[in-house]
Design a protein around this ligand. Structure first.
Ligand code: NAD
Length: 307
Protein backbone atom coordinates (compact mmCIF):
# COMPACT_ATOMS: atom_id res chain seq x y z
CA UNK A 1 0.00 0.00 0.00
CA UNK A 2 2.85 2.35 0.83
CA UNK A 3 4.10 2.39 -2.74
CA UNK A 4 0.76 3.01 -4.38
CA UNK A 5 -0.83 5.50 -2.04
CA UNK A 6 -1.92 8.87 -3.31
CA UNK A 7 0.34 11.86 -2.80
CA UNK A 8 0.19 15.56 -3.62
CA UNK A 9 3.11 17.51 -5.04
CA UNK A 10 4.30 20.46 -2.98
CA UNK A 11 5.81 23.63 -4.41
CA UNK A 12 9.19 22.29 -3.29
CA UNK A 13 8.82 19.30 -5.63
CA UNK A 14 8.43 16.88 -2.70
CA UNK A 15 5.33 14.71 -2.35
CA UNK A 16 3.07 14.69 0.69
CA UNK A 17 0.99 11.53 1.21
CA UNK A 18 -2.74 12.30 1.10
CA UNK A 19 -3.40 10.53 4.39
CA UNK A 20 -1.39 11.19 7.52
CA UNK A 21 -1.87 10.21 11.14
CA UNK A 22 -2.64 13.01 13.62
CA UNK A 23 -1.09 12.63 17.07
CA UNK A 24 -2.63 15.38 19.20
CA UNK A 25 -4.03 14.29 22.59
CA UNK A 26 -3.81 10.85 24.24
CA UNK A 27 -0.01 11.16 24.50
CA UNK A 28 0.32 7.78 26.21
CA UNK A 29 -1.34 5.98 23.30
CA UNK A 30 0.66 7.57 20.51
CA UNK A 31 3.64 5.24 20.28
CA UNK A 32 1.37 2.26 19.67
CA UNK A 33 -0.90 4.26 17.36
CA UNK A 34 1.96 5.46 15.17
CA UNK A 35 3.41 1.96 14.98
CA UNK A 36 0.06 0.48 13.93
CA UNK A 37 -0.29 3.24 11.35
CA UNK A 38 3.16 2.67 9.84
CA UNK A 39 2.51 -1.06 9.71
CA UNK A 40 -0.83 -0.39 8.00
CA UNK A 41 0.95 1.64 5.32
CA UNK A 42 0.72 5.24 6.54
CA UNK A 43 3.78 7.21 5.45
CA UNK A 44 2.83 10.62 6.84
CA UNK A 45 2.81 11.53 10.54
CA UNK A 46 1.74 14.86 12.03
CA UNK A 47 3.14 15.92 15.38
CA UNK A 48 4.06 19.14 17.18
CA UNK A 49 6.31 20.20 20.01
CA UNK A 50 3.34 21.29 22.11
CA UNK A 51 1.59 17.90 21.76
CA UNK A 52 4.35 16.22 23.73
CA UNK A 53 4.17 13.35 21.25
CA UNK A 54 7.47 13.79 19.40
CA UNK A 55 9.39 11.21 21.50
CA UNK A 56 6.61 8.64 21.01
CA UNK A 57 6.49 9.31 17.27
CA UNK A 58 10.25 8.92 17.07
CA UNK A 59 10.24 5.62 18.97
CA UNK A 60 7.48 4.23 16.78
CA UNK A 61 9.30 5.22 13.58
CA UNK A 62 12.41 3.39 14.80
CA UNK A 63 10.49 0.29 15.84
CA UNK A 64 8.64 0.15 12.54
CA UNK A 65 11.82 -0.38 10.59
CA UNK A 66 10.38 1.77 7.79
CA UNK A 67 13.22 3.75 6.20
CA UNK A 68 13.24 7.40 7.22
CA UNK A 69 13.24 8.47 3.57
CA UNK A 70 9.83 6.83 3.04
CA UNK A 71 8.08 8.75 5.81
CA UNK A 72 6.81 12.33 5.63
CA UNK A 73 7.17 13.85 9.11
CA UNK A 74 5.62 17.18 10.04
CA UNK A 75 6.21 19.05 13.28
CA UNK A 76 5.52 22.57 14.47
CA UNK A 77 7.16 25.51 16.16
CA UNK A 78 5.33 26.39 19.36
CA UNK A 79 4.29 29.94 20.22
CA UNK A 80 6.90 30.67 22.90
CA UNK A 81 9.72 30.07 20.40
CA UNK A 82 8.81 32.72 17.84
CA UNK A 83 11.79 34.94 18.49
CA UNK A 84 14.03 34.61 15.41
CA UNK A 85 17.00 33.75 17.65
CA UNK A 86 15.07 30.80 19.17
CA UNK A 87 13.82 29.10 16.02
CA UNK A 88 16.87 27.02 15.06
CA UNK A 89 17.29 25.76 18.60
CA UNK A 90 13.63 24.87 18.90
CA UNK A 91 13.75 22.88 15.68
CA UNK A 92 16.86 21.10 16.98
CA UNK A 93 14.94 20.19 20.15
CA UNK A 94 12.16 18.78 18.01
CA UNK A 95 14.65 16.71 15.99
CA UNK A 96 16.36 15.46 19.14
CA UNK A 97 13.00 14.45 20.63
CA UNK A 98 12.07 12.65 17.42
CA UNK A 99 15.53 11.13 17.05
CA UNK A 100 15.60 12.33 13.45
CA UNK A 101 18.10 14.28 11.34
CA UNK A 102 15.53 16.34 9.49
CA UNK A 103 11.81 17.12 9.17
CA UNK A 104 9.89 16.98 5.92
CA UNK A 105 7.78 19.93 6.99
CA UNK A 106 8.18 22.50 9.76
CA UNK A 107 5.11 24.63 10.41
CA UNK A 108 4.55 27.76 12.43
CA UNK A 109 1.80 26.37 14.66
CA UNK A 110 -0.04 29.68 15.17
CA UNK A 111 0.59 33.27 14.05
CA UNK A 112 0.68 34.44 17.67
CA UNK A 113 3.87 34.79 19.73
CA UNK A 114 3.85 33.99 23.43
CA UNK A 115 6.38 35.45 25.84
CA UNK A 116 9.87 34.27 25.06
CA UNK A 117 11.31 31.71 27.47
CA UNK A 118 11.01 28.11 28.59
CA UNK A 119 7.35 28.11 29.59
CA UNK A 120 5.19 26.97 26.66
CA UNK A 121 2.14 28.58 28.25
CA UNK A 122 3.45 31.71 30.02
CA UNK A 123 0.61 33.24 31.99
CA UNK A 124 -0.06 36.08 34.39
CA UNK A 125 -1.49 35.66 37.88
CA UNK A 126 -5.02 35.51 36.49
CA UNK A 127 -4.06 32.69 34.19
CA UNK A 128 -4.08 34.77 31.02
CA UNK A 129 -1.46 33.93 28.40
CA UNK A 130 1.29 36.53 28.06
CA UNK A 131 1.91 37.31 24.40
CA UNK A 132 4.92 39.08 22.96
CA UNK A 133 5.22 41.54 20.12
CA UNK A 134 7.21 39.44 17.65
CA UNK A 135 6.21 39.70 14.01
CA UNK A 136 5.38 36.27 12.56
CA UNK A 137 7.06 37.46 9.35
CA UNK A 138 10.37 37.58 11.22
CA UNK A 139 9.66 34.15 12.70
CA UNK A 140 8.95 32.82 9.22
CA UNK A 141 12.20 34.27 7.88
CA UNK A 142 14.09 32.47 10.66
CA UNK A 143 12.31 29.24 9.71
CA UNK A 144 13.36 29.81 6.12
CA UNK A 145 16.96 30.23 7.26
CA UNK A 146 16.91 26.84 9.04
CA UNK A 147 15.32 25.29 5.95
CA UNK A 148 18.47 26.25 4.09
CA UNK A 149 20.54 24.22 6.56
CA UNK A 150 18.63 21.07 5.52
CA UNK A 151 17.11 20.42 8.96
CA UNK A 152 13.71 20.69 7.35
CA UNK A 153 12.87 20.07 3.71
CA UNK A 154 10.00 22.53 3.68
CA UNK A 155 8.32 25.18 5.80
CA UNK A 156 4.75 26.28 6.14
CA UNK A 157 2.14 27.85 8.36
CA UNK A 158 -0.90 26.83 10.36
CA UNK A 159 -3.97 28.73 11.53
CA UNK A 160 -3.18 31.87 9.52
CA UNK A 161 -5.75 34.39 8.36
CA UNK A 162 -5.73 35.73 4.82
CA UNK A 163 -4.22 39.01 5.97
CA UNK A 164 -1.42 37.16 7.77
CA UNK A 165 -0.69 34.81 4.88
CA UNK A 166 -0.59 37.73 2.43
CA UNK A 167 2.01 39.46 4.59
CA UNK A 168 4.17 36.33 4.44
CA UNK A 169 3.82 36.20 0.65
CA UNK A 170 4.72 39.89 0.34
CA UNK A 171 7.73 39.72 2.62
CA UNK A 172 9.39 36.39 1.92
CA UNK A 173 10.61 34.86 -1.35
CA UNK A 174 9.76 31.41 0.01
CA UNK A 175 6.10 30.57 -0.51
CA UNK A 176 4.85 28.32 2.30
CA UNK A 177 4.68 24.74 1.02
CA UNK A 178 1.68 23.93 3.19
CA UNK A 179 -1.01 25.67 5.20
CA UNK A 180 -2.43 23.32 7.81
CA UNK A 181 -5.86 24.46 8.94
CA UNK A 182 -9.11 23.20 10.40
CA UNK A 183 -11.17 22.06 7.44
CA UNK A 184 -13.96 19.49 7.18
CA UNK A 185 -17.45 19.23 5.68
CA UNK A 186 -18.84 21.53 8.40
CA UNK A 187 -16.08 24.15 7.92
CA UNK A 188 -15.33 24.26 4.20
CA UNK A 189 -13.89 27.77 3.60
CA UNK A 190 -14.26 27.32 -0.16
CA UNK A 191 -12.81 30.68 -1.29
CA UNK A 192 -9.99 30.47 1.20
CA UNK A 193 -9.06 26.98 0.03
CA UNK A 194 -9.10 28.17 -3.61
CA UNK A 195 -6.83 31.09 -2.73
CA UNK A 196 -4.20 28.54 -1.70
CA UNK A 197 -4.59 26.60 -4.93
CA UNK A 198 -3.88 29.77 -6.92
CA UNK A 199 -0.77 30.50 -4.86
CA UNK A 200 0.57 26.95 -5.05
CA UNK A 201 0.17 26.34 -1.32
CA UNK A 202 -0.99 22.84 -0.41
CA UNK A 203 -3.73 22.66 2.22
CA UNK A 204 -3.68 19.98 4.89
CA UNK A 205 -6.97 19.52 6.68
CA UNK A 206 -6.59 19.18 10.42
CA UNK A 207 -9.45 17.92 12.56
CA UNK A 208 -10.94 16.32 9.43
CA UNK A 209 -13.73 14.94 11.67
CA UNK A 210 -14.12 18.24 13.54
CA UNK A 211 -12.07 16.77 16.42
CA UNK A 212 -15.19 15.85 18.43
CA UNK A 213 -13.41 15.72 21.74
CA UNK A 214 -15.01 17.12 24.84
CA UNK A 215 -12.50 19.92 25.09
CA UNK A 216 -14.15 21.67 22.16
CA UNK A 217 -17.60 21.25 23.68
CA UNK A 218 -18.52 20.04 20.22
CA UNK A 219 -20.58 17.06 21.24
CA UNK A 220 -23.23 18.86 23.23
CA UNK A 221 -23.73 21.76 20.89
CA UNK A 222 -23.53 20.30 17.44
CA UNK A 223 -23.44 16.54 17.56
CA UNK A 224 -20.69 14.73 15.76
CA UNK A 225 -19.67 15.25 12.17
CA UNK A 226 -19.33 11.49 11.78
CA UNK A 227 -23.06 11.24 12.55
CA UNK A 228 -24.00 13.65 9.76
CA UNK A 229 -26.86 11.84 8.01
CA UNK A 230 -25.75 12.86 4.55
CA UNK A 231 -22.24 11.47 5.08
CA UNK A 232 -23.68 8.24 6.49
CA UNK A 233 -26.07 7.91 3.55
CA UNK A 234 -23.41 8.55 0.90
CA UNK A 235 -21.14 6.09 2.71
CA UNK A 236 -23.71 3.31 2.28
CA UNK A 237 -23.44 3.61 -1.51
CA UNK A 238 -19.73 2.84 -1.36
CA UNK A 239 -19.76 0.45 1.59
CA UNK A 240 -17.80 3.04 3.56
CA UNK A 241 -18.29 4.86 6.86
CA UNK A 242 -19.15 8.54 7.20
CA UNK A 243 -15.60 9.09 8.47
CA UNK A 244 -14.13 7.57 5.32
CA UNK A 245 -16.42 9.74 3.19
CA UNK A 246 -15.32 12.90 5.03
CA UNK A 247 -11.66 12.04 4.35
CA UNK A 248 -12.25 11.09 0.72
CA UNK A 249 -14.06 14.41 0.19
CA UNK A 250 -11.02 16.37 1.35
CA UNK A 251 -8.68 14.34 -0.83
CA UNK A 252 -10.99 14.77 -3.84
CA UNK A 253 -10.47 18.52 -3.43
CA UNK A 254 -6.69 18.08 -3.56
CA UNK A 255 -6.02 18.36 0.17
CA UNK A 256 -4.22 16.00 2.50
CA UNK A 257 -6.00 14.85 5.67
CA UNK A 258 -4.53 13.94 9.06
CA UNK A 259 -7.19 12.04 11.04
CA UNK A 260 -6.29 11.06 14.56
CA UNK A 261 -7.22 7.80 16.23
CA UNK A 262 -5.65 5.54 18.82
CA UNK A 263 -7.80 2.55 17.91
CA UNK A 264 -6.10 0.11 15.49
CA UNK A 265 -9.38 -0.62 13.78
CA UNK A 266 -10.09 3.06 13.08
CA UNK A 267 -6.48 3.78 12.14
CA UNK A 268 -6.84 1.12 9.45
CA UNK A 269 -10.32 2.26 8.47
CA UNK A 270 -9.13 5.84 7.99
CA UNK A 271 -6.39 4.62 5.67
CA UNK A 272 -8.70 2.41 3.63
CA UNK A 273 -10.08 5.09 1.33
CA UNK A 274 -8.68 4.31 -2.08
CA UNK A 275 -11.95 4.90 -3.89
CA UNK A 276 -13.22 7.79 -5.99
CA UNK A 277 -16.26 9.75 -4.90
CA UNK A 278 -18.62 10.54 -7.76
CA UNK A 279 -18.88 14.23 -8.67
CA UNK A 280 -22.54 14.32 -7.64
CA UNK A 281 -21.61 13.08 -4.17
CA UNK A 282 -18.78 15.60 -3.84
CA UNK A 283 -21.32 18.30 -4.73
CA UNK A 284 -23.73 17.02 -2.07
CA UNK A 285 -21.00 17.17 0.56
CA UNK A 286 -20.02 20.66 -0.64
CA UNK A 287 -23.50 21.73 0.53
CA UNK A 288 -23.00 20.56 4.12
CA UNK A 289 -20.95 23.61 5.19
CA UNK A 290 -22.03 25.07 8.55
CA UNK A 291 -19.07 27.45 8.97
CA UNK A 292 -18.54 25.59 12.22
CA UNK A 293 -15.05 26.12 13.62
CA UNK A 294 -14.25 23.92 16.61
CA UNK A 295 -10.67 25.05 17.27
CA UNK A 296 -10.58 28.79 17.93
CA UNK A 297 -8.08 29.72 20.63
CA UNK A 298 -8.56 33.50 20.30
CA UNK A 299 -9.81 33.84 23.87
CA UNK A 300 -7.16 31.56 25.40
CA UNK A 301 -4.32 33.12 23.43
CA UNK A 302 -5.42 36.73 23.82
CA UNK A 303 -5.03 37.19 20.06
CA UNK A 304 -7.69 37.72 17.46
CA UNK A 305 -7.28 34.66 15.23
CA UNK A 306 -8.87 34.01 11.83
CA UNK A 307 -9.99 37.62 11.29
P1 NAD B 1 -10.01 14.56 14.25
O1 NAD B 1 -10.96 15.39 13.47
O2 NAD B 1 -8.98 13.76 13.55
O3 NAD B 1 -10.90 13.65 15.19
C1 NAD B 1 -10.31 12.75 16.09
C2 NAD B 1 -11.37 11.96 16.81
O4 NAD B 1 -12.26 11.37 15.87
C3 NAD B 1 -10.75 10.81 17.58
O5 NAD B 1 -10.41 11.20 18.87
C4 NAD B 1 -11.84 9.78 17.55
O6 NAD B 1 -12.67 10.01 18.66
C5 NAD B 1 -12.62 10.08 16.31
N1 NAD B 1 -12.38 9.13 15.20
C6 NAD B 1 -11.21 8.80 14.61
N2 NAD B 1 -11.40 7.94 13.60
C7 NAD B 1 -12.73 7.70 13.55
C8 NAD B 1 -13.53 6.89 12.72
N3 NAD B 1 -13.02 6.15 11.72
N4 NAD B 1 -14.86 6.86 12.97
C9 NAD B 1 -15.39 7.61 13.95
N5 NAD B 1 -14.67 8.41 14.76
C10 NAD B 1 -13.35 8.45 14.57
O7 NAD B 1 -9.35 15.53 15.35
P2 NAD B 1 -7.94 16.13 15.69
O8 NAD B 1 -7.14 15.17 16.46
O9 NAD B 1 -8.21 17.47 16.27
O10 NAD B 1 -7.26 16.41 14.27
C11 NAD B 1 -6.36 15.51 13.66
C12 NAD B 1 -4.93 15.96 13.79
O11 NAD B 1 -4.75 17.25 13.22
C13 NAD B 1 -4.44 16.15 15.23
O12 NAD B 1 -4.23 14.93 15.89
C14 NAD B 1 -3.21 16.95 15.00
O13 NAD B 1 -2.16 16.13 14.54
C15 NAD B 1 -3.69 17.90 13.90
N6 NAD B 1 -4.19 19.19 14.45
C16 NAD B 1 -3.47 20.32 14.20
C17 NAD B 1 -3.88 21.54 14.72
C18 NAD B 1 -3.09 22.78 14.42
O14 NAD B 1 -3.27 23.79 15.12
N7 NAD B 1 -2.25 22.78 13.41
C19 NAD B 1 -5.05 21.63 15.50
C20 NAD B 1 -5.78 20.46 15.71
C21 NAD B 1 -5.36 19.26 15.17
Amino acid sequence: AAQTQKTFKLNTGAHIPAIGLGTWQDEAAQEAAVLVALQAGYRHIDTAQCYGTEPAVGRAIKQSGVPRSEIFVTSKLWNHKHHPDDVAQSLQQTLDDLGLEYLDLFLMHWPVAFKRGDDPFPSDKDGNIITEDIDYVETYKAMDAVRKTGKTKAIGVSNFSRKELERILENSPTVPAVHQMELHPWLQQKDWAEFHQKKGIHVTQYSPFGNQNEIYGGREDHGQLVNDQKLVEIGKKYGKTSAQIALAWGISHGRSVIPKSKSPERIMQNFDIAFELQDSDIEEIDKLDKKLRFNDSSKDFGYDLFS
